[in-house]
Design a protein around this ligand. Structure first.
Ligand code: BES
Ligand code: ZN
Ligand code: ZN
Length: 472
């Protein structure tokens, strides 16, 4: 529990500064000996009026990612020091920024204080009191709104993180659907869960091909939010929801299987973003389509060479059972376009090892066939403090997906793995403006890269999708 308080000093004072702090003229004269003000350096001065100095170095204090990191670093430090009440002195940050950065600052604070729930006994939640100081009086109302937005975004991000971190045996496809349904309960989001029988009736051969043989059946969640009924535009958000990816008969080696309980990070990001949009009552129309299933081995599982008949009618030769994400997304994207009649579509997935090789854990790969859409998405990513890179593609990559015996095959050969995976999915958008986001590298970190991360799930994609919809 975190309570925000305004305009009074409470507990430890947190001071963000570079080397230029006027130490000599202050009660903190002695601090100068120990603190140089480098980025993310901290120094704690205990006492009745304890203070925590946090270095800002030469970093750009208007950068959302930097602000989030500074806040989170301070909070992680306070957590270590068991200082449950503290005051964030933000005047230096507000000198350079509009009060709207309070959204990002709040996220930094909440994520810095956040502890991932575990299965260890005796874990307890602290009651935090955070005072905010240094906001110009006439901006106080907007500052409070920023804090509310930041708190909702944190809820959305931590939902995604918790789902991604949940072990495969504790989150079967139907459990995941139930968690999402529960999250959306008090919002204006409506929808349904298509069960295995429904998928059979609809002819979702790809989703059934991957998940149909498991003891824990596949399902597809459809969620609709209509914040702006006056317009006809509806954005389709499609997220990969593989609750565990063993690779299937093309079994992954043990080491590569680590973390594969997080192979539903795309679906989790969509659910988180949609939740935040609905809680904020944003004037947007969104339909989310989430194919949820396991990729495991049983008697009826796919083997290489099998041919599937997808929802759209396109036949697919399965050359590798570990390239399952694009199969379930094929049916989901086609359903979003044909049945839900979305007017543009985003798909997001932990899709390829190739994108991890390219960009590591901090940049996600994007393919897009509408440059206005990409521009808006990139703009949104700066508001979110996330990084994305647009990849090229051409006819030569489409050719790589040609099959001798079916309309398409599910892998494109040795090279260009991220591009061919994206283009496979694009086929099913059938000309609807499309953007594809591969978060295989960014959804999960073994050790945190940034201060606002914990080991494990990051909640990648949630905020960029939120800002993208909110602003375009
Ligand atoms: N879920 C994986 C992709 C992945 C890899 C996610 C690493 C997170 C971290 C995906 O289903 C997969 O296995 N992709 C294969 C495709 C290949 C068989 C063409 C890959 O990238 O190796
Ligand atoms: Zn796979
Ligand atoms: Zn996968």
């Amino acid at each position: 529990m975190i309570e925000f308080v305004w305009g009074k000093i409470l507990g430890v004072q947190v001071i963000f500064t570079d080397a230029d702090y006027p130490f000599a003229d202050s009660k903190y004269a002695q601090v100068k000996e120990y603190f140089t003000g480098e980025y993310l350096e901290t120094f704690f001065l205990p006492g009745d009026e304890g203070a925590l100095f946090v270095g800002t170095g030469t970093e750009d204090l208007t950068d959302i990612h930097i602000l989030k990191e500074l806040m989170a670093k301070a909070c992680k430090q306070l957590k270590k020091l068991k200082q449950y009440k503290f005051t964030m002195i933000l005047d230096r940050i507000m000198e350079k920024n509009d009060v709207s950065v309070l959204t990002a600052c709040t996220e930094g604070i909440c994520l810095g204080l956040y502890d991932m729930p575990t299965y260890k006994s005796g874990q307890k939640e602290e009651a935090w009191q955070v005072s905010i100081l240094g906001i110009p009086g006439k901006e106080l109302e907007r500052a409070k709104q920023g804090v509310t937005e930041g708190a909702i975004l944190t809820e959305a991000v931590t939902f995604a993180r918790e789902m991604v971190n949940r072990p495969g045996n504790k989150l079967r496809p139907m459990d995941f659907a139930e968690e999402i349904r529960h999250l959306m309960e008090d919002t204006k989001i409506e929808g349904e869960i298509l069960l295995k029988e429904d998928l059979e009736k609809l002819g979702m051969g790809a989703l059934l091909g991957v998940g149909g043989s498991s003891e824990y059946p596949p399902c597809m969640m459809v969620l609709r939010y209509r914040g702006n009924p006056a317009v006809k535009d509806v954005t389709g958000l499609v997220g990969k929801g593989i609750t565990y990816d063993t690779g299937g008969y093309c079994l992954k080696p043990g080491e590569s299987m680590n973390g594969m309980q997080g192979d539903m990070g795309g679906a989790a990001a969509v659910a988180g973003a949609l939740y935040a949009l609905a809680r904020r009552k944003e004037r947007v129309n969104v339909t989310a389509v989430l194919p949820l299933c396991e990729n495991r081995i049983s008697a009826g599982s796919l083997v290489p060479g099998d041919v599937l008949h997808t929802y759209s009618g396109t036949s697919v030769e399965v050359e590798n059972t570990d390239a399952e994400g694009r199969l379930i997304l094929a049916d989901a994207v086609a359903y979003a376009v044909r049945k839900e009649k979305v007017t543009r579509v985003l798909d997001i997935a932990t899709l390829t090892g190739a994108v991890v090789g390219m960009f590591g854990n901090t940049i996600a790969g994007v393919l897009c066939d509408d440059m206005q859409m990409w521009d808006a998405f990139r703009e949104a990513s700066t508001k979110a403090g996330e990084k994305y890179w647009l990849l090229p593609f051409g006819k030569e990559h489409e050719k790589m997906l040609e099959s001798q015996i079916a309309d398409l095959k599910n892998i494109g050969g040795k090279f260009c793995g991220t591009i061919t995976a994206g283009l496979f999915i694009r086929h099913f958008a059938e000309g609807t403006p499309w953007i594809h986001v591969d978060i295989a590298g960014t959804a999960w970190v073994k050790t945190p890269v940034y201060e606002y991360q914990n080991a494990g799930a990051t909640g990648a994609g949630v905020e960029t999708i939120y800002y993208w919809l909110k602003t375009s």
